[in-house]
Design a protein around this ligand. Structure first.
Ligand code: GDP
Ligand code: CA
Length: 313
């Protein structure tokens, strides 16, 4: 397989990551959003890194798409018994990851080092890299108040209308060296079907990545099918932030760094009318493992002739 770097958020993005890893895990680098990292009783939780870690390790909870399979919740139960009201859910097995990460960070290691170590411990072949070792946090302006991402997404269940988004800290955040090198060496860069506002634009806001990505072959997979987000609040966010829920509004978010879009067959006509580059279609509901592998294969097929053309000229 060709060398692929995929930019991913959490649950939506990791569905495609699973397919790409199944085809060529050793050649795959997953560059992940950390702008929704959060504090849980003093522990550093990186939800999107963990979702991808568990997917790559083959231990993700298949029903929820996040957390560890065969999970227990005794810590959360005891917290409640002690009068706490945790709205962010951490299972017992998941907790072990946050304990190891937090201890390593306190000992002075970088998040990227801890992540590589967790990958080794779980036998993951692919490289999993956080977008930065520096703190960046997504905030959403809802009803006149700036909310941290997890407060909006988990506590308020993504119900409030979002009027603006900010990636606090991104002005000072540095890219991870290993990620820059992987991007430079990549034959293909894939934008997973993640929510652009809360997952991929925070990555692109870290200085350095955009410049490298701009000169590479980039394929994006649409998180919208028939004008609806498969899951979550992307459609509502496009409506309130971009003024319309359309493929054009979605495509505009990444601008001209994307060379090709993979959309669902129901969206083919609208996509062709909205994008000047390559547009291809493939059923994009990534429900089963077979769906995820099929879409990953399609991306690699699409990239091949384009890559050859680029190499020649
Ligand atoms: P989060 O960090 O867990 O919120 O996950 P992401 O940002 O990576 O993914 C959220 C996006 O994934 C949503 O906008 C969904 O529309 C999209 N999504 C989820 N499942 C699927 C799927 O099966 N197919 C496609 N095309 N998009 C999906
Ligand atoms: Ca996320």
């Amino acid at each position: 397989m060709v060398r692929v770097v995929v930019l991913s958020g959490g649950v939506g993005g990791s569905r495609l990551v699973e397919g790409l890893a199944a085809i060529g895990g050793k050649q795959l680098t997953v560059l992940v959003n950390t702008a929704d990292d959060t504090d849980y009783y003093g522990l550093h939780v990186s939800p999107d890194l963990d979702t991808n870690l568990y997917v790559l390790a083959g231990i993700v909870n298949p029903q929820r798409g996040w957390g560890v399979m065969d999970e227990r919740w005794t810590v959360e139960e005891q917290l409640k018994r002690l009068g706490e009201h945790p709205w962010f859910h951490v299972g017992d097995r998941d907790l072990a990851t946050h304990l190891i990460r937090t201890a390593a960070l306190h000992a002075g290691h970088f998040l990227s080092e801890v992540t590589a170590d967790l990958c080794r411990r779980l036998g993951v072949e692919s490289r999993l890299i956080p977008m930065t070792d520096d703190p960046v946090q997504t905030f959403l302006l809802c009803e006149g108040e700036w909310l941290p991402f997890q407060e909006y997404f988990v506590h308020r269940q993504a119900a409030p209308l979002v009027r603006a988004v900010a990636y606090r800290g991104s002005e000072h955040a540095r890219p991870v060296e290993a990620a820059l090198r992987a991007l430079e060496a990549a034959d293909l860069i894939v934008f997973a079907p993640s929510n652009p506002y809360t997952s991929l634009l925070p990555i692109l806001a870290v200085s350095g990545y955009r410049e490298v990505i701009r000169n590479k072959l980039v394929f994006a997979v649409s998180p919208l099918i028939g004008g609806q987000a498969v899951k979550g609040s992307l459609a509502a966010m496009l409506g309130s932030l971009a003024g319309e829920v359309s493929l054009r509004a979605l495509f505009d978010l990444y601008g001209d760094i994307v060379d090709g879009w993979l959309v669902d067959p129901v969206d083919m006509e609208e996509a062709r009318a909205s994008f000047e580059g390559v547009v291809a279609c493939e059923p994009l509901l990534l429900t089963t493992h077979a769906d995820r592998v099929r879409v990953a294969q399609r991306l690699l097929q699409l990239a091949n002739p384009l890559k050859e053309r680029e190499d020649r000229g």
